[in-house]
Design a protein around this ligand. Structure first.
Ligand code: NAD
Length: 296
């Protein structure tokens, strides 16, 4: 059984990017700059953004962390995004989700210049992705593709099952796995909250490649895994645990211990897709630095 170790695969991606940034510096050029906006102080969002900024530093990118408290108004956020859009030294902009309830996520995402949308959430970039055009692929599905590439996991002609249809993970993942490219060409079934449990079990049992992005800890059990399947567990949930130092443990959407006995390959949680998401984000930031798709 192969552990799809995100530390190893993301280190390979980051080493390439570091080399590129070192060459830029040696040539006297500026390096790509990622601006991250964080609203409020939710523990999970703090951790994700801190990790993104730290990875930028380690890989030779410039980064700025822009903080707002959770009382920030939508128009204050929009004007900060406008300022970053117009700043020629900022290449990538990300707004850490979720945002407080009084702010419309869609409005914020659509305000980001699609040329700087390194999370790949802007409808224009999603449109390009659906049509198979070169674009910013949403960072988490991009990370999964990079993982499949690194570990040479064949996808062509395989049955890939994606559980979860969110705009940031499940839906783009299902489109990418079915698209015409080296980590695509799978035939894909997408399941979601309205897939009856009995149907879901039957479908998951047929999966050569299973991607789970549901957010329910240990939702997928070993008895519905096809022997030899490749398992990509996107789920990250903090489960309270008094015996843990931080008072919680991170759980994936798959029961790792049991499923790893049936699968041929599996991503650990933590240490799997989360690290690849950052690799995808950094690759998108380098792409944004190199050129624009849209011209005003
Ligand atoms: P979401 O809540 O937006 O979407 C969850 C999806 O699961 C929905 O599409 C829903 O239809 C589906 N679902 C819910 N109950 C179901 C059921 N009983 N059967 C089948 N489908 C069901 O979540 P999301 O943003 O896609 O995130 C999913 C998980 O992935 C979360 O744990 C999140 O923390 C994690 N995540 C991890 C990364 C990473 O980098 N590893 C990135 C983004 C999200």
């Amino acid at each position: 059984m192969l552990i799809l170790d995100g530390k190893i695969a993301s280190a390979a991606v980051k080493a390439e990017l570091l080399k590129e940034n070192q060459s830029l510096k040696a040539a006297g050029k500026r390096t790509p700059h990622l601006a991250a906006i964080l609203v409020g102080n939710s523990g999970a969002s703090e951790t994700y953004v801190a990790s993104k900024v730290k990875n930028c530093e380690e890989t030779g990118f410039d980064s700025s962390l822009i903080r707002f408290d959770d009382q920030v108004t939508e128009s204050e956020l929009l004007s900060k995004i406008k300022e970053l859009n117009l700043n020629p030294t900022i290449d990538g902009i990300l707004v850490q989700l979720p945002l407080p309830k009084h702010i419309d996520d869609e409005k914020i995402i659509e305000a980001i210049d699609p040329n700087k949308d390194v999370d790949g959430f802007h409808p224009m970039n999603i449109g390009r992705m659906v049509q198979g055009l070169d674009t910013f692929i949403p960072a988490t599905p991009y990370g999964v593709l990079l993982m499949l590439e690194y570990f040479n996991i064949p996808t062509k002609g395989k049955h890939a099952v994606v559980v979860g249809r969110s705009n940031i993970v499940g839906r783009p993942m299902s489109i990418l796995l079915s698209s015409e490219h080296p980590q695509g060409n799978a035939h894909v079934t997408l399941c979601h909250r309205h897939t009856p449990k009995a149907a879901l079990d039957l479908i998951v049992k047929q999966a050569d490649i299973l991607v789970v992005a549901v957010g329910i800890p240990e939702f997928i059990k070993a008895d519905i895994i096809k022997p030899g399947a490749v398992i990509i567990d996107v789920g990250i949930t903090r489960v309270p645990d008094e015996t843990a130092k931080k008072g919680f443990r991170i759980k994936g959407d798959v029961t790792y211990e049991e499923v790893s006995k049936v699968a041929s390959a599996i991503t650990p949680v933590p240490g799997g897709v989360g690290l690849m998401t950052i690799a995808g984000l950094l690759k998108n930031t380098m792409k944004a630095y190199k050129g624009h798709y849209y011209h005003n």
